[in-house]
Design a binder for this molecule. Structure first.
Ligand SMILES: *[C@@H]1O[C@H](CO)[C@@H](O)[C@H](O)[C@H]1NC(C)=O
Ligand SMILES: *[C@@H]1O[C@H](CO)[C@@H](O)[C@H](O)[C@H]1NC(C)=O
Ligand SMILES: *[C@@H]1O[C@H](CO)[C@@H](O)[C@H](O)[C@H]1NC(C)=O
Ligand SMILES: *[C@@H]1O[C@H](CO)[C@@H](O)[C@H](O)[C@H]1NC(C)=O
Length: 956
């Protein structure tokens, strides 16, 4: 009896200790509520410290839960009421839990800090709550593949930071909302790049107001809805578009004639509508890969001549579109052409594929036409040809293959082959991995909504996808041994569907941390497929093999479970021990917290992320000793530059990576907290046109920043001829574009947005391919979330580049960087210093300029290296842009995203592809293929490193 009371007392005192010992107990209660409401939450959600290492799927910052990632956990239940009361939550990923049902509670709108809301592939139903529009920080919203119904809430138009909007594959109905005086609408989303609304029941017309020229959309995917009416001509104003899917709707009327103004579009799907009028003229859409206009009722037309002018075309589908006349032989010579489907038309005459047909051509389907003869050539086209139901096959005695009905191949039994090993027989549900080890893979399905290719028989595309998946998992330090892909098919939505298996490394199954990491890399689009795969989504299967896995965290928790069980069973002694242990643990944590507060870097563990890891996500902390060694004792030979702040040294890490170490000298050091702020800022900046931070050192009175080493030095050195690099016009355009993209990223996509404050040719570095990288953030300012319009600061910057408005008002805005960038553009064409012999470049160029004359009469001012022999195409527009950037009033200057667009336009005028990688020879700029980069090259989503910091991954 007495011992019972003692147990109760002890339990009560444990709880008191727990509650008072945890500053995060507010979120603790919310997590417990979540745990009680849902089945299959991670079994290691025990104990009182959700912010410790052991709670799977939870990440905290300052003892508040900032990230919940629980994909593919087989979670079951409903999120009811105000269950989600995590006020500091930034990322919520509950994807691939088909057991999550019921509505999304309106209280979701209370998660004011939320930037990533990802609920792909669950079973949520009911309307999308209107309160979602109050999540002002939202950047990434994926609600696809659920059963949401009702209309798209107009309030989504208020999400001014939204970058990704995926509502596809639900039961949404009603019209696409646009704004009016009473209500917001999706036309307001001018920073959003992705509208993925396919596979719903959306109806009504596509509002003409939805699109405008100041939008940044790259993917408009409205396929498989019930949309009616005309395609609005405003679509032709969205110059950034790359993929347009309007197929499988009820659209009617003629296609707007300005569609071919969309010169970045590579995938265009208009099939299965009721479009009328002439076949759209796509002349000039020079990067178009995939065109499907089948099953419309266009006017009777001859095969349009523009077909054969589209040099990037891989796929031409115009089934049932009333084409007539003879097929021009030139059609088949488009060099990348793989598939031509012109069946069910009235094509006639003699079919001649010619001898210079595309070497990639795999399928020509011309069934149900009026073709009366076929010209065979020796050594000519020998792949699949279908002429069934043409007069040529109706003559008696024809036994040609092309006259035999065949099932056209739309799937391949491909499966990633074993990696130089013999597959092994495995027991139960284990599967032999590509590395021939039995294990329980994580499985799911990849859906590519608009690939640029149609030939699934080219297996190297799957190899490149497999490699890029593997690379992505490795980069994110996930415990993945290998990846296998199989059963590629085109489904009835014209999506490319592939099965994915991900095998665990080191053990035969994944633990929960591994699964939620892999799930998040795929649900949050951290993984970018090779560019030709286009937009994708993944739908994961629940993973049923956690228990078999050897996981340090689950082991720990199960032993705690046993202790608790034993204690409750009657052993007061064990409970006492437990209590003592708890007490000691809390004391230790308090002590740790105290140290943390004294030293802002106590939590940065210097051993973290070292070794073979290919890419560090967070900044690594180096000791003074290490950096001394890596720079050969800061030797003179490794001194590669200096400035007011101190010196820059070249160094080499044990991994072989070259780095640039910037060492502050005495007197120019910042306070510890400022230094920490700068590192935190820099470690969140990841963009190919911004120099990446590798690490830092904050020890023994030293402040050092370690950057990736950029081999070709500064733009200034190249312009002055010092570096020996010849910058002709094309290269300058690419450098301007790269620098502009880097700066645009800092302004628009970095979180928080950053004003650089010191843009100049000395701070633009050139890498081995002469890609521009923005460097030196010594003066940079993050824009606070609240007063986003400007910050008042002491004026800093470099004379000659300094924005006069900022100088006078001390109010810093993004437009100050735009001014400096304008000066940089003038420097790029003249190779002169902004202030030279007392003369200011802006004034000098303006005075010499005569807009009526060729090259604005600037011959005398231009840097001869530009190559005046070959007319620098677009130079006038470039000069116009520079002068818009240096407008006196900031408001009159363009934003960096407008600058990027304009430089892209100029490049296209000069016949260049602005999305091609730059290279060291100008010859390779032309005719480049799209290669291995991904479709959203400017995207910067860093949620991954926030949701999976190195400390969390090590806990696995
Ligand atoms: C086509 O695009 C250009 C800009 O590249 C724009 O000036 C023009 O107005 C557009 N034309 C139409 C018909 O939309
Ligand atoms: C298509 O457009 C191009 C340029 O916009 C024009 O030169 C050509 O004549 C047009 N072709 C047809 C068939 O209308
Ligand atoms: C065109 O319509 C037919 C019949 O409705 C269908 O079988 C075919 O798949 C459609 N073609 C395309 C390319 O969608
Ligand atoms: C998912 O959970 C349910 C019970 O909630 C269970 O019956 C089922 O077997 C689980 N599935 C897997 C794959 O673990």
């Amino acid at each position: 009896m007495g011992s019972r009371i003692l147990v109760v007392l002890l339990v009560v005192s444990v709880q008191i200790l727990v509650l008072t010992g945890q500053p995060g107990n507010q979120d603790y209660a919310a997590l417990i509520a979540l745990k009680n409401q849902l089945q299959n939450t991670p079994p290691n959600w025990v104990g009182s410290d959700p912010c410790g290492k052991s709670w799977d799927g939870i990440v905290c910052t300052n003892s508040r839960v900032t990230s919940i990632t629980l994909s593919s956990m087989n979670l079951t239940g409903q999120l009811s009421g105000d269950i989600l009361s995590f006020l500091e939550l930034q990322t919520l990923d509950l994807s691939y839990n088909k057991g999550l049902t019921g509505p999304l509670p309106p209280s979701i709108g209370n998660l004011k800090k939320l930037s990533n809301l990802i609920l792909v592939g669950c079973s949520f139903s009911g309307p999308i709550p209107d309160t979602i529009g109050s999540l002002q920080q939202l950047v990434f919203l994926s609600l696809n593949s659920n059963s949401f119904n009702g209309p798209i809430p107009p309030s989504i138009g208020n999400l001014s930071n939204l970058y990704w909007l995926d509502l596809a594959d639900n039961k949404l109905s009603g019209t696409i909302p646009v704004s009016n005086e009473n209500s917001p609408g999706l036309d307001m989303l001018i920073h959003t790049k992705h509208f993925h609304f396919g596979k719903n029941q959306l109806s009504g017309q596509i509002p003409s107001q939805l699109f405008s020229s100041n939008m940044a959309l790259i993917h408009v995917l409205f396929e498989s809805n019930n949309l009616i009416g005309n395609i609005p001509p405003t679509l032709g104003l969205v110059q950034t578009l790359e993929v347009v899917r309007l197929d499988r709707n009820l659209l009617s009327g003629p296609v707007p004639s300005n569609l071919n103004n969309l010169t970045h579009v590579s995938e265009l799907h208009l099939s299965n509508n009721r479009l009328t009028g002439p076949v759209p003229n796509l002349t000039g859409m020079n990067v178009l890969n995939y065109v499907d206009m089948s099953n419309n009722t266009f006017e009777l037309t001859n095969v349009p001549p523009w077909f054969s002018t589209l040099q990037s075309l891989t796929t031409l589908m115009m089934e049932r579109t009333k084409l007539q006349g003879q097929i021009p032989v030139a059609l088949f010579s488009s060099p990348q052409l793989q598939t031509v489907i012109l069946s069910n038309n009235q094509l006639n005459g003699t079919l001649d594929i010619g001898s210079s047909y595309s070497s990639q051509l795999q399928l020509i389907d011309l069934q149900k036409n009026l073709i009366s003869a076929f010209t065979r050539r020796v050594g000519g086209y020998n792949n699949e040809l279908i002429l069934v139901d043409n007069p040529v096959c109706q003559e008696t005695g024809v036994t040609e293959n092309y006259c035999i009905s065949q099932q056209s191949n739309s799937s391949v039994e491909y499966s990633t082959p074993p990696n130089h090993c013999l597959p092994v027989p495995c027991s139960s549900n284990q599967i032999s991995s590509p590395n021939c080890r039995c294990a329980y893979p994580y499985t799911g399905t990849l859906f590519f909504r608009a690939p640029s290719f149609s030939n699934l028989g080219n297996l190297s595309i799957f190899t490149s996808l497999q490699k890029s998946l593997m690379l992505s998992f490795q980069t994110h330090q996930l415990p993945v041994d290998s990846v296998s892909l199989s059963n590629a098919t085109k489904n009835s939505d014209d999506y490319l569907v592939l099965n994915l298996k991900v095998f665990p490394s080191g053990q035969d199954s994944f633990n929960r941390a591994g699964i939620s990491g892999i799930g998040f890399v795929l649900s949050n689009q951290t993984f970018k497929p090779p560019r030709n795969f286009g937009p994708f989504f993944f739908n994961g299967d629940p993973y049923g093999y956690f228990e078999g896995g050897v996981s340090t965290s689950t082991k720990k928790s199960s032993s705690t479970g046993i202790i608790i069980g034993a204690a409750v069973g009657g052993s007061v002694l064990v409970l006492l021990l437990l209590l003592a242990g708890f007490y000691a643990f809390c004391q230790k944590r308090r002590a740790e917290r105290a140290t943390k507060e004294n030293n802002p870097f106590a939590s940065w563990d210097s051993t973290k992320g070292s070794g073979d890891v290919p890419q560090l996500k967070g900044a690594r902390c180096f000791s003074f000793e290490e950096l001394k060694k890596f720079t050969n004792n800061f030797s003179e030979a490794n001194d590669i530059g200096s400035g007011g702040y101190g010196k820059v040294y070249r160094g080499i890490l044990p991994s072989g990576q070259l780095v640039a170490v910037k060492r502050a000298q005495q007197g120019s050091m910042q306070g510890g907290l400022e230094f920490k702020t700068e590192i935190e800022l820099l470690s969140r900046v990841h963009h190919k046109n911004v120099v990446g931070l590798v690490g830092f050192c904050f020890k023994q009175g030293e402040q050092m920043l370690v950057y990736e080493y950029i081999p070709n030095g500064t733009l200034k050195e190249s312009l002055s001829g010092k570096s020996g690099i010849r910058l002709e016009w094309i290269r300058r355009l690419r450098i301007a574009l790269g620098a502009a993209r880097g700066l645009q990223y800092l302004h628009d996509l970095a979180n928080p947005p950053i004003i650089h404050r010191d843009i100049k040719s000395n701070n633009i570095l050139l890498d081995e391919h002469l890609n521009a990288k923005v460097a030196d953030f010594g003066l940079s300012k993050p824009m606070s979330d609240t007063g986003r319009s400007h910050v008042t600061t002491q004026v800093k910057g470099t004379m000659g580049y300094l924005d006069p408005e900022y100088y006078m008002t001390q109010q810093l805005t993004e437009k100050s960087d735009v001014y400096s960038f304008g000066v940089l553009l003038l420097e790029l064409i003249t190779a002169r210093n902004p202030i030279e012999k007392g003369k200011y470049i802006v004034r000098e160029v303006r005075q010499s300029m005569d807009k009526a004359k060729n090259l604005y009469n600037l011959h005398g001012m231009l840097d001869p290296t530009i190559g005046l022999g070959t007319q620098p195409k677009g130079l006038e527009k470039f000069v116009d842009l520079a002068f818009r950037c240096v407008e006196e009033s900031g408001a009159a200057r363009p934003t960096m995203s407008e600058v990027v667009k304009e430089i892209e336009n100029i490049m296209q005028l000069a016949g260049l592809n602005p999305n091609a990688e730059s290279a060291s020879t100008s010859a390779s700029y032309e005719g480049e293929s799209k290669g291995f980069d991904h479709p959203y090259s400017n995207e910067g989503l860093f949620a991954y490193s926030a949701a999976f910091p190195p400390s969390k991954l090590e806990a696995q």
